[in-house]
Design a protein around this ligand. Sequence first.
Ligand code: PMV
Length: 349
Amino acid sequence: MVERIATAVGTPNIALIKYWGKRDDRLILPMNSSVSMTLDEQLNTRTSVLFSEKLQADTVYINGTVQDINGTEVGERMVVLDILRGMAGDKRKALVVSNNQFPTGSGLASSASGLATLTYAAAGALGLELQPRELSMVARRGSGSACRSMMGGIVEWRKGDKPDGSDSYAEQIIKPGEWPELVDVMAILTESRKKVSSRAGMKQTVQTGILYRSRLDYVEGAVERAIDAMRKRDFQALGELIMRDSMNMHATMLDTWPPIMYLDDSSKEIIYKVQELNQSEGRIVGAYTFDAGSNANIIALEKDVGKITDMLEGLGSVKNILKLKMGNGPRRLGDGESLIDGTGLKPVA
Ligand code: PMV
């Protein structure tokens, strides 16, 4: 069988209406639909994959370190390799070499970027020609939010209803070039690992949360309203939905037992400062949103980025500010950019 190294680059996404909670842990089927913006390549994951008869076991390097994949969360996520092998009718083991160009585990959606890119590269290495929708369903099994990073622009993850998950996939709603003014101003407060992984945290919320049930009553409608606002390019309506949904999700985390708190005092300061800015301008200038970490994402229109960065620069807690546009989703890189030394079956030095 032909042995080919496939290399791809992919990016994280920031959820505008969030996914928090599964109805099926193994198939990674969500309790609710969600919608996100795929980010540009300033933050990215690069991954090379090779399937080879010479390998005795799957071997995974992340950021230069070989990973323990037996009974670990990283190992569980490698189910995407098994699914793709099954589709290709191929039993060979894989060498995966993946590098994140941003801090791992700091709520910067590294799992979404990582699993979308891995799925894309591995499908390429197996010579599989899959549609974006099919790829999104494979990536979903590695990390739910990864299915949304399989496409560019604004992407909806439809929760689906079927028990086998065949109707739970990502769909592009708006292409990057169709609303280029929409940007994400990211305020990085910490690069340290989060205390509770989203996988463990959301499970706890589904099992113990009291407020969580009322989130489920409201959130499907919020996804529809957010998509409608985006189609109309109505940033005022969208901004309010974004902020309220972030607060709603974090309220359900706080109401989990034992409680989960991702927002810290610096995150809260940003919330107050954005509220102040919006109040003083008499309109929504920026809409804050937080994933499973303390770092802030402020969604805004290009014309207002200066106002937001000025505000953030005045805060001592902000370590770095990035302005991210919408990205295009994963793409293949040439052989010259491979991270695998094909002859030695190891990462390039
Ligand atoms: O897919 P996971 O396990 O990384 O969970 C993502 C959860 C949030 O980032 C908090 C929300 C989301 O929709 O991305």
